[in-house]
Each structure stands twice: as C-alpha cells, then as structure tokens.
Design a binder for this molecule. Sequence first.
Ligand SMILES: Nc1ncnc2c1ncn2[C@@H]1O[C@H](COP(=O)(O)OP(=O)(O)O)[C@@H](O)[C@H]1O
Ligand SMILES: [Mg+2]
Length: 286
Amino acid sequence: MKNFQLSAVRTTGTAPPPTHSTPDSPRADGIRLAHVARRFGSGDAALTALRDIELEVRAGEFLAILGPSGCGKSTLLQIVAGLLAPSAGEVLFRGRPVTEPPEGMVYLFQQYTKSLLPWRSVAGNVALAFEADRRLTRQQVQARASEYLGLVGLAGFEKHYPWQLSGGMQQRVAIARALAAEPRVLLLDEPFSAVDALTRVELQALVLELRRQRGLTVVLVTHDVDEAVFLADRIAILSKRPTVVEEIVETRIPHPRDAIETRELPRFLELRHTLMERLLGREPRP
Ligand SMILES: Nc1ncnc2c1ncn2[C@@H]1O[C@H](COP(=O)(O)OP(=O)(O)O)[C@@H](O)[C@H]1O
Ligand SMILES: [Mg+2]
C-alpha cells in the first residue's frame, strides 16, 4: 500500500478522542433517519425520490449506501448533511434534529472539480475550512494547510492551482479540506467515480487509513458494488424509486483491507456476486 506521508503529521499515533465510543451518550456521532421522504415538484410533474427511509448510522462505522443511478442517493446524503430538507420525516445527529449543516459533519460533493475554487491556490482551498478562525495567524493558517496537504500526499503542491492538478489530485485537495474542518463524520457522495481505476484504488486506501487514524464515522453513497464491499462495514441496499432501504448487510471482511488481497477473499467475492445480482435484478443462483 502506498505511503501517504501519514507519519509526518501531528495527528498520527494518538488515538482519536472517544467521543464516538459510547453510542448512548449525547455526544456520540450516531445518525438516525426516521421515515425520511423527499418529493420534487408538484402535481403531475411530482417525483417521489425517497419514499420512506429508515436507517441508523452507528457511531464510528463505515456505512455504504448502495443503489442504482437516480434512486436518490445524493438526495439522501444531502438531507443527512442538512443541505436539503426532507418532505417528511427527520434526521437526528447526536440525538438532535438536523435542520442545517451540523457541526462535526462534512459533505464531500460528487463533482469535486466544482467544489474547489479555481482562483485559489491548493493551500488557499484547504484553508477555507479554518481561515475564518481569527485566533490563527497567517503563518498558522499556512502551516495548517500544508499539514493537511501532507496528510493526503500533496506536500509541496501548496502554491499550485486546482487546474494544474490531475483529477485524482484535485480530489485529494477536496479530501484535505474536508478533514481540515476536523469532522467526526464524513459524508462521501460517489467520491471516486470520476477518477481513473488506479487512482481510485489509492484514494480508497487513503480514506480507509484516515478513517482509522481519526476514528471517523463515514457514510459513502455509491452505485459501485466493488467499492461498497471493499470499504464498508455495513451496506444499506436501496431499492429503485420511490426509494426505501431494502436490506442491510454486514460485510464481515477483516481490516486492514488490501487493494489486492481483500478482493480475492471468498467473502468478498460472495458478497459482490450477491449484490451484483440484486442490482441487476437477476434471480439469485441456487
Ligand atoms: N433539485 C431537483 N429537482 C428535481 N428533481 C430532482 C432534484 N434533485 C434530484 N432530482 C431527481 O431525484 C431523483 C434522485 O436523484 P439523485 O438523488 O441525484 O439520485 P442518485 O444520486 O442516486 O443518482 C432523480 O430522478 C433526479 O432527477
Ligand atoms: Mg448522485
């Protein structure tokens, strides 16, 4: 596995604070979706994207939400992030209703190229996460941006502009900025769908490693069965529209995961097979 210069940063080695370890405490990072529905438009043109979503995200877990294109994955994640209101039902984070983007949660957009500001340097984009903090001097802002860029393997690229970087590197910048907000929960909307296959493998390893270091809760939406099985602890399978959660499966694949070896495990192949059948609407093999 590639070394992302993880040892060079302040966060390495120390365990994350145990804010997520007691699911019943008010500070626990669990998320609950209760009867969440979302319609778009009205009258004849109305479209029910989400019908009735019941889902629990456990503090500290990596949950993948798997479903076909157009079933409402982005809609669902935006509702969790407090960026979009549900038509019915509610989302609870740390036991409180989500009505705006909650502190402690960051959302990584599907189209990351659109989320980086082209007129800002790479460091300037990362600094967006914390430069409003008046207690930090200019030097401290710079140092902190560099630190997070080092974390994602982009040390030395501070002064570059997003358009000077490859797609995979731009996505690393977006990940660095997300982490710079010091979240407890990371919401990822098909974060690797626009990068090439090898970059995807590297970024997946990066996200798993960052998640392990920081004890993050991660919710990833994807239509990619391989990605869901490789990354997640549990997978929630969505139906076609109007969408509900059809089933939740525990992956039961050991950590740490390896880009090559893990994908050859019998459990990995079995799960991938079953989930592909489900997504393609085929009869399960006897
Ligand atoms: N702002 C919107 N206005 C109208 N329809 C929307 C809007 N956002 C999403 N939709 C529709 O809701 C459905 C689910 O969209 P989306 O959540 O983007 O699906 P997914 O991310 O699973 O591909 C799609 O049919 C899409 O066209
Ligand atoms: Mg989407």
